[in-house]
Design a protein around this ligand. Structure first.
Ligand code: SF4
Length: 448
């Protein structure tokens, strides 16, 4: 249902203009409700039918669904925009590792737990394990319990067999796994399992029409925490359906498809699989289930997710202050950089690689990188000199030398005038820092 206008709301009111809502007319009250300046409850004469219609219109266009419990619980959905620049994407895509119940699932669980990396100072990691049934119900249930014993990641139970799912759910009591999936044959039984286990339910169908019909039927059975899992043939088909589902939910406010979407990559060429997963993260999957488990396959997906799900309105920045890398002494270099998180952590990483202890003086540039902040006058001789003075970098060392990024070599003279320091032009790229520190700085330090 599309968002209701004042006229739509007026049509649902008694139209008696009695004034009991403290507003002179029903039309004026309807306008206030549409503008969210008055609550419908203020009209004591409104019918149950009107209340229900208005409650539906107030629901978000895409439901938020929680999978798992505790600190690792994953929330997906609740998105409000098609494009990140319109506002932001709210909940990052969950990345799931796919495992069959014929495998050593304890080993895969440990692998999943080990797939965590630091990206721009923040941890990125795999979120879920999707267990697929290929064996009998007892084996499937035993493997689900084994995963739960070996790791605290939420679980997706992939099977169409209600008895196998029921058995597995017994061993996952209170863990709120995602049940995948309901189809036109089994949806009533799976809805009963989802309801009695307080678990979300993924709905599978070939067409979007069938998906919409199924979600409607399942909602009537009292299960609303649904995830859409459209069946697809090719990556192109998957991308098309993901885009159609997002548009139908957000642009058309089509409630029957207003749920987060889960997709599976097609195993085969591992490079292609990673490429598929990244594509689906960008548009518009809320869970991507992938078979690849090698760090080189998973890290690009987590990195793409990290980049897409940052808030474009909030600078990705670190605190502007003096940082130490290693145990710098009085002859350690003072390296100047900006507070764009990616720049800072790249510089920090390369200094660590060099094994040369150093100070990094970070200038407040509102999260802009070196060239952007120079172009915006946030990185200048004046701002660097002020930042170095404020963070007390020169109090820590016995020299008056500052290393600036090679990309802003043009600031050398201005900074020397502003700071009274000798300015050493460092490499243009952070990757050049290890060589610079081990060779150029070593020679300079020897002469101190
Ligand atoms: S209380 Fe209800 S019926 Fe009376 S004026 Fe207000 S909106 Fe209309």
């Amino acid at each position: 249902m599309a968002k209701l206008t004042g006229i739509d709301i007026y049509k649902l009111l008694p139209k008696t203009n009695c004034g009991d809502c403290q507003v002179p007319t029903c039309m004026a009250f309807a306008m206030q409700v549409a503008a969210k300046k008055a609550a419908l409850e203020k009209c004591p004469h409104v019918s149950e039918q009107a209340k229900q219609a208005l409650a539906e219109s107030a629901e978000p266009p895409m439901r938020t669904v929680t999978i798992g419990t505790g600190p690792r619980a994953l929330q997906i959905g609740g998105e409000t925009v098609l494009f990140r620049h319109e506002e932001k994407f709210h909940r990052a895509t969950g990345v799931a590792l796919r495992v069959s119940d014929a495998e050593d699932v304890a080993k895969v669980a440990q692998t999943a737990l080990g797939l965590h990396f630091i990206r721009a100072g923040k941890e990125v990691r795999v979120d879920l394990i999707a267990l697929e049934q290929t064996q009998d119900a007892g084996t499937f249930a035993a493997k689900a319990a084994e995963i739960a014993r070996n790791c605290d990641l939420p679980i997706v139970l992939v099977s169409s067999d209600p008895s196998a799912l029921g058995l597995a759910l017994q061993g996952l009591s209170g863990k709120r796994p995602l049940i995948c999936g309901a189809n036109s044959q089994n949806y009533a039984e799976l809805a009963a399992l989802a309801k009695s286990n307080n678990a979300p339910l993924a709905v599978q169908a070939d067409s979007l029409d069938s998906l919409a019909t199924l979600t409607g039927e399942i909602k009537k059975l009292g299960v609303s925490d649904l995830v859409l899992a459209p069946k697809t043939e090719t990556p192109r088909d998957t991308l098309t359906k993901l885009t159609q589902l997002r548009r139908l939910a957000l642009e058309k406010n089509f409630r029957a498809l207003g749920f987060p979407v889960m997709v599976f990559t097609q195993p085969g060429d591992p490079f292609q699989e990673t490429s598929q997963a990244i594509t689906y993260v960008c548009k518009y999957a809320q869970i991507v289930v992938m078979a690849g488990r090698e760090p080189w396959q998973v890290l690009p997906v987590l990195t793409a997710r990290f980049n897409i799900f940052t808030d474009p309105q909030v600078p990705n920045a670190v605190e502007a202050k003096l940082y130490r890398v290693g145990d710098p002494g009085r002859d350690a270099p003072v390296i100047v950089t900006t507070n764009f998180a990616l720049t800072y952590f790249t510089v920090e990483g390369e200094v660590e690689n060099s094994k040369v202890p150093a100070y990094i003086a970070v200038v407040e540039t509102n999260g802009l990188g070196v060239l952007n902040s120079y172009a915006d006058d946030k990185l200048s001789g004046e701002t660097i000199a002020a930042a170095v003075k404020k963070c007390g970098a020169l109090d820590q060392v016995s020299h008056k030398k500052l290393v600036i990024p090679g990309l802003v070599a043009v600031l050398k003279g201005e900074l020397e005038d502003e700071s009274g320091c000798e300015v050493v032009v460092g490499p243009e790229e952070a990757a050049g820092l290890p060589g610079f520190l081990k060779n150029d700085w070593k020679r300079l330090a020897a002469a101190l």
